[in-house]
Design a binder for this molecule. Structure first.
Ligand SMILES: [Zn+2]
Length: 444
């Protein structure tokens, strides 16, 4: 083969670019050199033009941009199933916060993140937006697993294993931002005040100043439960979105997780301020927090994306199920089968997710010059045969287990369903070792 050398030519029956206005390429190909996409086109054209080091994909495959999880606490995979079938307040205060108080350490978080990255990559997620503690361990482990993260240093008004008070969280957050701001292309630091019910207005404003000073994202929980709305309204005279808006916190550098209980007026505020919403449908359903008004938000132009939330309230890290459930649920809720189409759902999971995380210039769609975060899907399955529309297939029929190969930043991290970064059985064995210790202590 002659032509210009590239590292990879990734081919498929379909290349679903998620570029606005561009239909999926039939018998398409993506040329990749180094970290970036060199060109997209038909296999016929690109195979004549380029001499690839390797060809990936092929017949019976489809290529999509990597899926983006815009709200999680990835290290909570070790608390998966620790306490289920409880209301949010009881679940958090009775089980999750005590377990975190007892177990969180650099070692715990690092081991848990290894498992979370493995799970997410095998499920086709290439970037996640995290809010947690022991963030240096999260950053290092995520980098070692070859995965991309926007990582918000968690901030609260009360003590945890990570810090004693708001000022200590804030100063640790600032140090974290300084250390990671431009040190690794896979890691982007952010600020994460937990929620308006765990952070005073003063703490929220300090977090906002920090985000402005360093030009980083502010990631928070917002209007998750009716209980939160009642409490915040009682305290500040207005519901959570209005409360944050009156403090001057809301703009297009904010990712707000949940936004379940928002009024029409608050939807207008979210739209006008440019806040991105992370819709965590599975977590909201499981905790019976409610159903976010996603269709009204989309109609008003709010950038709505998907988050899994932590695996303790989900109980997995899988954007395929988020897409599938959301696309079905909101049709039923709105009594209208034409809303939240399959194409809308995949957009929320890719390019809208990249926009939320301030990365739409470099990620979220397949375009020459963008970073090569790509997923190859295996279409050769009975439950995927036949199909007439690739978006419908991905959202309504596909499972995360149909992910075959994952590339992040031009590097293959999963190939033929096998993680190339670390031995999978070792990661699972380690998770079971921690579980035995946690289960024993929880019983006592
Ligand atoms: Zn959360």
């Amino acid at each position: 083969m002659s032509g210009t050398e590239v590292d990879y030519l990734i081919t498929g029956d379909y290349v679903v670019t998620m570029e606005p206005g561009l239909e999926p390429l039939v018998n398409g190909a993506v040329a990749v050199t180094g970290e970036k996409i060199t060109e997209i086109g038909t296999y016929e054209a690109l195979s004549r033009k380029y001499k690839p080091g390797r060809i990936l994909g092929g017949k019976g495959r489809a290529v999509i941009p990597g899926l983006i999880n815009t709200h999680t606490h990835a290290a909570m995979v070790y608390f998966r199933g620790l306490a289920d079938d409880l209301p949010l307040k009881e679940w958090l205060e009775g089980y999750i916060w005590p377990a975190e108080g007892k177990w969180l350490s650099d070692e715990f978080v690092s081991d848990a993140i290894t498992l979370a990255c493995l799970e997410m990559m095998l499920n086709g997620i290439t970037m996640y937006n995290d809010m947690y503690f022991f963030k240096d361990s999260i950053a290092k482990t995520t980098r070692d697993m070859g995965m991309r993260v926007v990582l918000g240093a968690g901030i609260l008004d009360f003590p945890t294993a990570s810090a004693n008070n708001a000022d200590e969280y804030l100063s640790k957050a600032e140090n974290f931002i300084k250390d990671w701001l431009s040190s690794d292309s896979l890691i982007t630091p952010a600020v994460s005040p937990h929620a308006p019910y765990t952070c005073s207005p003063e703490t929220l404003l300090k977090a906002k100043r920090l985000s402005e000073r360093y030009g980083v994202l502010l990631h928070t929980h917002l209007s998750e439960t009716q209980h939160e709305v009642d409490d915040i309204t009682k305290l500040y005279g207005k519901p959570p979105v209005e409360h944050l808006n009156s403090l001057g916190i809301l703009d297009n550098t904010v990712v707000a997780a949940h936004c379940v209980w928002v009024s029409d007026k608050e939807i207008d505020i979210l739209s006008e301020s440019g806040v991105s919403v992370s819709h965590c449908v599975e977590s909201n359903l499981k905790l019976a927090s409610g159903i976010a008004p996603v269709v009204p938000m989309l109609k008003k132009g709010v950038n709505v994306t998907f988050g899994t939330d932590g695996a303790a309230s989900n109980n997995d890290l899988d954007i395929f199920t988020e897409m599938s459930i959301a696309a079905r649920l909101h049709k039923a809720v709105n009594n209208d089968p034409t809303v939240l189409t399959a194409r809308d759902a995949l957009k929320m999971a890719t390019i809208s997710g990249a926009k939320a995380l301030g990365k739409s210039e470099t990620l979220g769609s397949i375009k020459s010059g963008k970073l090569a975060d790509l997923v190859i899907l295996n279409l050769d399955k009975p439950h995927l045969t036949p199909f007439y529309d690739i978006y419908s297939l991905i959202v309504y029929s596909m499972r995360a287990s149909d992910v075959d190969t994952v590339m992040i930043n031009g590097k293959i991290t999963v190939e033929n369903k096998t993680c190339l970064m670390k031995d999978e059985s070792e990661i699972i064995e380690r998770a079971r070792w921690w579980k035995d210790r946690i289960a024993l202590e929880t019983k006592n």
